[in-house]
Design a protein around this ligand. Structure first.
Ligand code: BGC
Length: 750
């Protein structure tokens, strides 16, 4: 049957290919130069054979009934596949199930066009890595790329072709739960991480069926939701959009990301899924993006609620004409696109452009040669949760941990400890360790903190008590916790958020420790025993006076499958923590938005002048700044030099600094370069990250760290939205966080 069908298609393709010279390669957008002529010819030939209904089918994406990642469910997806009315399926995975669905598409439809399988593989498929915000704290681009690579390898073995990741939304408001899925607040770091993740997912291409298409999302400015409330309105200037929110998307395109997802929000009063300026002008025209754009889940339909479209049909018209190629779950193209074309409201050439972009991916993946190439039960068994993958997950998890406080060198803990109390609602929770959006990750595969501590201190007496729930106000277990703690040499206390409290639809107005956890920590402090507070959370937390009362604080995010081992490695000093915050930790919610690269204002804070920009009740400074993270050793920066004090726009400045490990442990530091453009035709932030380097130093060792700064690095969007560097003075700092004090000044003369 399959053979006959293939023969039939082959014959049709040959005929169409011969006729191909006059097949229109039109489309209303600039079609980027084809990357592969042979594929382009095959795409055109196939397109010439397709009915309008089949074309619209390719533009339709439905979820399977395996999982719900949005509000509605279509139960008829198998029927739709059979009718050729759906070209892509998400939330279906495993080699066996994808094969079953693929067989329907290939053997039972007229043209046998294979399906594309997508899934939210955000931080691992089954081997779960730390949540993306956590991984970003490693500032280790190779490790981040490797994590995405492994996620791609596992997902591809399970029949998936496409991940809805990376999320490259800059997020400056920790109330927004989706901050957990991104790289944090900074555009420079976020762009570098976007590139690493795209490269990781897409690997060296698709010939070996060990990589998946990346999807940069959510285009655009989703992270700027007002008041951090998910799906809320975005109201930012075009300057801010271009300067802060778009660069990670551009980095994703430059790294070769093949797909883009629109966002739920509006920008400038227009919902992103019908935003011509974003989709047509910027993405497809300015950036020459050759892949396809999918909506977010029913975001076309939601334009009715936005008050932008009269009904679904109208929404579909606006969306397809704005450049959206595929409709996720909305069934709007499915139900209305044919009619819209008949009425002349949408040109068939626009549909052809969309279908061409989608088919291009299917050819590129090699699905026409072998539609089952990705669904491989043998590879699935061999690769998923392999020792190599687990070791990488442990390594990335250790690199993601940020040491926030370590009074009197309480950490690392001695390997000879005899009595340890492990306490807290998150200390033995497997499911929370996975964090949000954990794809096919299974809680049973997770190592909890308690398990990690037991493995690390096999000869110690380890007492465990939950102490409290994450959310509930009940204190009945406080007494057990106290009893366990009273006899211990040290208390390891795991507190924070439940895994589901960050991610989509998980905004919080109070970002403190939920429930009675603050009281639990304070109660245990009264034992007089040393307390190591292990935080697990998907966003910065406001800790109040705990930030000064608890002697050791370790930020572990949600560390993934190997989390417990990774945290124990750090606590015991088998790994010297090197993570740096990718996001500012505020002192209280009232300070938000608070990020390191704010503007100076005309009345910068002066403690002796009432009429300056400040609060009556809290300092302007954060609890911990962007880029901050301690080590068990100490680092000293000195001798900051530039090879010239003035330069013109064709030159670069070389910057060097001496970095010394002045403590008692070998360790790794992330040296960060910050710049301030003192006078601009539009005002500039007080600091901007322009470079970073990870440097490993043995104790006592020194190294010269070099950076290069060119005029290109100093460009910004001026009043006319031109991306230019302007002559003038620039302050430069190099140090271990965004509050670095060691600085110098250079001048760009022309
Ligand atoms: C999310 C996307 C996700 C999609 C599919 C939506 O609700 O916003 O990020 O990729 O669901 O699961």
């Amino acid at each position: 049957m399959l053979f006959k069908k293939t023969l039939h298609i082959a014959a049709l393709l040959v005929v169409a290919y011969l006729m191909n010279s006059f097949v229109l390669r039109s489309g209303i957008m600039k079609d980027a130069p084809p990357r592969n002529d042979a594929i382009e010819r095959r795409v055109d030939s196939l397109l010439a054979l397709m009915t309008l209904e089949e074309k619209i089918g390719q533009m339709t994406l439905f979820t399977s009934d395996w999982e719900m990642t949005g509000p509605t469910l279509r139960a008829t997806y198998k029927e739709d596949i059979k009718k050729g009315r759906v070209g892509a399926i998400f939330n279906a995975h495993t080699a066996a199930y994808t094969k079953e669905l693929q067989r329907i598409a290939v053997e039972e439809t007229r043209l046998g066009i294979p399906l594309l399988f997508g899934y939210d593989v955000i931080h691992g498929y089954k081997t779960i890595f730390p949540i993306p915000l956590g991984e970003s704290a490693s500032w280790d681009l190779q490790a981040i790329e490797k994590s995405a690579r492994i996620a791609g390898v596992e997902a591809a073995a399970s029949g998936l072709h496409w991940t809805f990741a990376p999320m490259v939304d800059i997020a400056r408001d920790p109330r927004w739960g989706r901050m957990a899925e991104g790289a944090g607040e900074d555009t420079y770091l976020g762009s570098a991480i976007a590139k690493a993740r795209v490269q990781g997912f897409q690997g060296n291409g698709f010939d070996n069926a060990d990589a998946v298409l990346a999807c940069a999302k959510h285009f655009a400015a989703y992270g700027a939701a007002q008041a951090g409330r998910d799906y809320h309105t975005v109201d930012i200037s075009e300057q801010v959009l271009r300067e802060v929110y778009l660069p990670p998307f551009k980095a994703a395109v430059d790294a070769g990301a093949w797909t883009f997802m629109t966002s739920f929000n509006e920008w400038n009063g227009i919902p992103a899924s019908a935003h011509e300026q974003l989709l047509k002008d910027i993405l497809k025209w300015e950036w020459g993006f050759p892949g396809f754009v999918v909506t977010d889940y029913t975001s076309i339909n939601e334009m009715v609620q936005h008050g932008y479209a009269a009904d679904f049909k109208h929404a579909g018209e606006l969306s397809v004409n704005a450049g959206v190629d595929m409709d996720m779950q909305g069934a709007v193209y499915y139900n209305h696109l044919e009619q819209l074309i008949r009425e002349g409201k949408v040109k068939e050439s626009r549909v052809d452009d969309a279908v061409r972009r989608i088919l291009r991916m299917k050819f590129m993946l090699g699905l026409f040669e072998n539609p089952y190439k990705f669904s491989d039960t043998e590879r699935e068994k061999r690769l998923i949760l392999s020792q190599e993958h687990l070791a990488a997950a442990r390594d990335v998890a250790r690199k993601s941990i940020v040491l926030l406080r370590n009074e009197n060198q309480l950490l690392p803990l001695s390997k000879n400890l005899k009595n340890i109390a492990v306490i807290g609602p998150l200390a033995d929770s497997k499911v929370d360790m996975l964090g949000n959006w954990s794809a096919a990750g299974d809680a049973k595969d997770c190592v909890t903190l308690l398990e990690g501590v037991r493995a690390k201190w096999p000869n110690a007496q380890i007492k465990y008590a939950r102490g409290s729930d994450v959310m509930q106000m009940n204190k009945v277990d406080f007494a057990n916790a106290y009893a366990a703690a009273k006899k211990a040499d040290v208390i390891i206390l795991a507190v924070g958020e439940a895994g589901w409290m960050s991610g989509e639809a998980a905004s919080r107005s109070d970002i403190g420790l939920p429930g009675v956890q603050t009281e639990l920590v304070k109660y245990l402090l009264t034992t007089g025993k040393p307390v190591v507070m292990v935080l697990m959370n998907g966003r910065p937390l406001v800790l109040g006076d705990l930030a000064e009362k608890v002697p050791a604080i370790v930020e572990t995010w949600f560390a993934g499958t190997q989390g417990g081992h990774a945290i124990a490695d750090v606590l015991a000093g088998d790994y010297n923590p090197s993570g740096k915050l990718p996001v500012t930790f505020p002192r209280n919610v009232g300070q938000i938005p608070l990020h390191y690269n704010m503007k100076n204002t005309g009345r910068p804070m002066n403690p002796n002048d009432k009429y300056t920009s400040k609060y009556l009740d809290v300092p302007n400074t954060p609890q911990w700044p962007f880029g901050f993270g301690l080590s068990y050793t100490t680092f000293e920066y000195s001798d900051l030099k530039t090879d010239r004090s003035s330069f013109d726009r064709n030159e670069s400045v070389n910057i060097s600094v001496m970095l010394k490990n002045t403590g008692n442990y070998d360790g790794e530091e992330t040296a960060q370069l910050y710049v301030r453009d003192l006078i601009g035709s539009v005002t500039r932030p007080v600091r901007e990250l322009k470079g970073f380097q990870k440097v490993f130093l043995k104790k006592g060792e020194s190294k010269t760290v070099q950076f290069r700064l060119s005029a290109d690095d100093l460009r910004f969007y001026n009043h006319d939205l031109r991306f230019r560097a302007e002559p003038g003075d620039f302050d430069i700092w190099v140090g271990g966080d965004s509050d670095a004090k060691l600085g110098t000044r250079v001048t760009m003369v022309k």
